[in-house]
Design a protein around this ligand. Structure first.
Ligand code: FAD
Length: 433
């Protein structure tokens, strides 16, 4: 049976569309399949798109893509019940083009990106939930949907975090999600007019403010972070939780955002807003740090499907890696097409590119960050300790001031943190970094 396309790409997220654009621009015949009724319909991000990876295929993307605002300030903080401790990072350069990052809403950006793939010549077909890869022995020859096989020498799998298509490949040998590494993002979007957003967050038109919070507002053991990003006329707000930290407890995913948005600090930020959208999505970080190959005979895996989501507690970056890995997969597919050779040996070019562009190093070198980040004491105990300490240092009771050591001990007692434990955590951090 002859091949209908040079390359089939599964998933019209950022990875799949970026790959399809590059392939079509280079003259390859490419089929981009998306299960959603429209590209973007099934996608969800916080979301801040960092960097300029899209410029490799769309030099004018900043002017043409429907982004929300450009980022000028990042707030990082700790939330304890009733209390918040935070600091802001600002850089004057962030206010000048080319901007470092933009807030985006995926329904808009992904539809636009898939449109760019189509304009470049790709065949984009939404409403197609690909069932599985079509295997002939150890070689992938296309995809199967509705009992029909669509064939191509190379298939790029970009079907996102809970990738069904990579099942049985070294990327995801078992159907179980990465035990400790799977996170769930729950997000809500509130409509608020642009002028109120700008006044509330001290922004000029077009500018965005973003917040990341370590959430010490849940029962001990629940490990979660919160985010709040300003869009053009909406605010995106949500919680990312380590799924395994909910096991066996009484806290449910749907309670998390409720508790987060009722915190007085967060409540003020969304006051007067109207809930217009909500959703939940898995994030599978941690996979990419494993020493697996991201290709085989006739196939490559890009974006979230391969676990390329970087998160160090201060930022979550997956969209930029999705674009970058999608583009590198496209380059390897083009080289295979030129050589009439879609074998694993030829597609190893993809892994070489992931190495030479620093993608693999980003994940491998920061693997220790995951171990630090998932210390349960950083959620609950440290936010309580830090807010108690700062509260103690700033108050005035009318009597003599308390000695710093006493304030420190009081904060430790309030948080239930012993000095030995704090020293051990500090040492662990230094070791892992
Ligand atoms: C709550 C939350 C907040 C986040 N915040 C940020 C942020 O601020 N910044 C950032 O950079 N990243 C963020 N991320 C991560 C980011 O969203 C992902 O890394 C990024 O979307 C990955 O892109 P992708 O193209 O690989 O996958 P996806 O965007 O998931 O796209 C996969 C596509 O494949 C389609 N698909 C799936 N299965 C099939 C199938 N069988 N057949 C056909 N199509 C299929 C899906 O419908 C989807 O369109 C966040 C994620 C979450 C959940």
């Amino acid at each position: 049976m002859s091949d209908e396309f040079d390359v089939i790409v599964v998933g019209a997220g950022m990875a799949g569309s970026a790959a399809a654009i590059r392939l079509a621009q280079a003259g390859a015949s490419v089929l981009l399949l998306e299960r959603g009724a429209e590209p973007g319909a099934k996608n969800l991000s916080g979301g801040i798109l960092w960097g300029d990876d899209l410029a490799r295929v769309l030099p004018r993307w900043r002017d043409e893509m429907p982004v929300e605002r450009h980022l000028v300030r990042k707030r990082f903080g700790l939330l304890a019940p009733e209390r918040a401790l935070s600091f802001d990072f600002e850089d004057a350069a962030w206010r000048r083009p080319p901007y470092v990052a933009h807030t985006v809403l995926r329904a808009r950006t992904d539809a636009w990106l898939a449109g760019q793939a189509e304009a470049a010549g790709a065949t984009v077909v939404p409403g197609v939930p690909v069932e599985r890869l079509a295997w002939e022995g150890s070689r992938v020859v296309g995809v199967v949907q509705g009992g029909e096989t669509m064939r191509a020498p190379v298939t790029i799998v970009a079907d996102g975090a809970n990738s069904r298509l990579t099942l049985g490949t070294p990327i995801r040998p078992s159907p179980r999600l990465g035990e400790g590494t799977t996170e769930l993002g729950v997000k809500e979007v509130y409509r608020l007019d642009a002028a109120r957003i700008e006044e509330r967050f001290q922004l000029a038109p077009g500018e965005a403010h973003a917040e990341e919070w370590v959430l010490g507002i849940y029962p001990p053991g629940v490990m979660a972070g919160g985010f709040l990003y300003t869009n053009r006329e909406t605010i995106s707000l949500g919680v990312i939780v380590r799924v395994s930290s909910l096991f066996g407890g009484q806290t449910y995913a749907h309670d998390l955002v409720e508790t987060f948005k009722q915190h007085p600090t967060i409540q003020r930020s969304i006051a007067g807003g109207e809930l217009v959208e909500y959703g939940a999505k898995l994030i599978s970080s941690g996979w990419a740090s494993r020493p697996a190959a991201f290709h085989g005979d006739g196939w490559m895996v890009a974006g979230d499907a391969a676990g390329f989501v970087f998160s160090n507690g201060l930022v979550i970056q997956g969209m930029n890696y999705a674009v970058r890995t999608g583009l590198e997969a496209a380059e390897a597919a083009l080289a295979a097409r030129a050589a009439h050779d879609p074998s694993a040996a030829r597609l190893a070019e993809y892994d070489r590119r992931l190495a030479s562009t620093g993608v693999l190093a980003d994940f491998r070198e920061f693997a220790g960050m995951d171990r630090i980040k998932w210390n349960p004491r950083f959620y609950t105990f440290y936010p309580r300790f830090a807010t108690e300490l700062f509260g103690g240092l700033m108050g005035a009771s009318g009597g003599p001031k308390e000695h710093l050591r006493r304030t420190l001990r009081k904060a430790q007692r309030a948080a239930g943190l012993g000095t030995g434990t704090m020293l051990r955590d500090g040492l662990e951090m230094v070791r892992e970094l």
